[in-house]
Write a protein that binds this ligand. Structure first.
Ligand SMILES: [Zn+2]
Length: 72
């Protein structure tokens, strides 16, 4: 799993310059931005903090996110 320390320092790369970009750690599989709704997958314990990756999932309700996230 991902360490709590890492979770706490990560921010949404799309929001961090202008907003807090705080992330919700969801089902140990996703990080969900509380500002823009982008969702970043955690693959093999590594959060994939790429804006283009977050964009893929922005419209999906968090309840519908696949767990674990699919391969890139
Ligand atoms: Zn964001």
């Amino acid at each position: 799993m991902v360490s709590q320390e890492l979770i706490e320092i990560l921010r949404c790369p799309a929001c961090v310059r202008e907003k807090p970009g705080l992330l919700e750690y969801y089902k140990e599989a996703w990080l969900i931005c509380q500002d823009c709704g982008r969702k970043y997958p955690i693959r093999e314990d590594i959060p994939v903090m790429l804006i283009e990756e977050g964009d893929k999932w922005v419209q999906m309700a968090k309840e519908s996110l696949p767990v674990p996230p699919p391969r890139a």
